[in-house]
Design a protein around this ligand. Structure first.
Ligand SMILES: Cc1ncc(COP(=O)(O)O)c(C=O)c1O
Length: 380
């Protein structure tokens, strides 16, 4: 039977309301109707990012907004600080390298959160650092970094800004951009925004715009200044992913109807239930100290082939969970619960996990994980 379920931390499952919008006849992006859609999207994104700043929208995957946050903020000879606690932290370093930017890495053990004190030490000892790059949630390890504390530190330095890759943070956890003083916050469409891949976002603070003003790295398509001028006219500089914009408006409406507080609570509850379930099956979390509400990284128990387990999810049940990446390959599986996920979705994926572990010889009593999850999911 051709039934498929995505439990990967992007792309995620999509609501029928959003899917149907993409089936509508395409319009032209310079029509007044599209400008009205753009205006509503602009307002909705500001509410979602919890900012008064404009949120720039690019037709690209999330990495496009990451690259733009290097090429638009830095200048030749500038130095950056890069928190590398997983594959996506490493990507910040790779992008800096591609642009010839020298960076100081803070290597965080995979599965652990960054220590704000370390960032403080380095910023205090090297006043030539212009940008600190980090993830809100490091999707390769399932960790949440302490963004509020880190923002408190970076805020004290007039000559440094904080850029947060919140690709799996926005719409998942409460990270108010303006209140916390985050300078650039980026995201992507295929995560909690309940859309297909294809749009990336960058919200830019007044402080960060000063960096943009003097940046002299090469850029063309991903040009914050050019895009800002267009956004202020409810347009994009180049042909946008029109159908995705129409779908984005619908997704933002859904999020507004649910309310941000309720969205964060839902994610936290699904995450707690998933963690309780895997523990009840005798499995360990990969990031027990600072687990993300967006996804749960689970250590594959000794004697079980992690790559095979991930494949069997699909072969037996049509379920895609994510495997471990790079050094975590075969050691973990990652179960996502960000975006369009509800209580019974988690029961399904946990039940599948139980059946597969049983088949693969892991000793436990069937139903224990589901029971542990249900107990949390039934809480008010
Ligand atoms: C935290 C984080 N950063 C960056 C990316 C890269 O985004 P994309 O694959 O959309 O370019 C992802 C995607 O999984 C992510 O989760």
């Amino acid at each position: 039977m051709d039934k498929r379920y995505l439990f990967s931390p992007g792309p995620t499952m999509l609501p029928p309301r959003v899917l149907l919008k993409m089936a509508e006849p395409i319009m032209h992006h310079r029509e007044p109707e599209f400008e009205r859609i753009f205006e509503e999207v602009r307002k909705g994104l500001k509410a979602l990012f919890q900012t008064k700043n404009e949120v720039l929208i690019f037709t690209s995957s999330g990495t496009g907004a990451m690259e733009a946050s290097v090429s638009n903020l830095l200048s030749r000879g500038d130095k950056a600080l890069v928190v590398r606690g997983g594959k996506f932290g490493e990507r910040w370093g790779e992008i800096c390298k591609a642009y010839g930017i020298e960076f100081i890495p803070i290597d965080v053990e995979w599965g652990r959160a960054a220590e704000p004190g370390r960032i403080q030490e380095i910023l205090a000892s090297d006043r030539s650092i212009r940008v600190v790059y980090i993830q809100a949630t490091e999707t390769s390890t399932g960790v949440v970094h302490p963004m509020k504390e880190i923002a408190e530190i970076v805020k004290k330095y007039d000559d440094a800004v904080l850029v947060v890759d919140a690709i799996t943070g926005i719409g998942v956890l409460d990270m108010p951009m303006d209140r916390w003083g985050l300078d650039v916050v980026i995201s992507g469409s295929q995560k909690a925004l309940m859309l297909p891949p294809g749009l990336s976002f960058a919200a830019v603070s007044d402080k960060a715009w000063k960096w943009v003003e003097r940046s002299n790295l090469p850029k063309y398509y991903f040009d914050f200044k050019k895009e800002l001028k267009s956004v202020q006219k409810n347009q994009s500089a180049y042909t946008p992913a029109i159908s995705l914009f129409v779908a984005l408006r619908e997704a933002l409406r859904m999020m507004e109807e649910e309310g941000l507080e309720a969205i964060f609570r839902r994610h936290e509850k699904l995450a707690r239930a998933t963690r309780a379930a895997v523990r009840a099956l005798g499995l360990e979390l990969y990031a027990p100290g600072s687990p993300s509400p967006g996804l749960t990284a689970v250590k594959v128990p000794a004697g079980i082939d992690g790559v095979k387990l991930q494949k069997l999810f699909f072969e037996r049940f049509g379920i895609t969970v994510a495997e471990g990446q790079n050094r975590a390959k075969g050691k973990i599986i990652r179960i996502a619960h960000l975006g369009y996920y509800e209580r019974l979705d988690m029961i399904m994926v946990i039940s599948a996990l139980e059946m597969l572990l049983k088949e693969m010889g892991h000793p436990f009593e069937l139903g224990r994980g589901v029971k542990a999850a249900e107990e949390i999911l039934m809480e008010e």
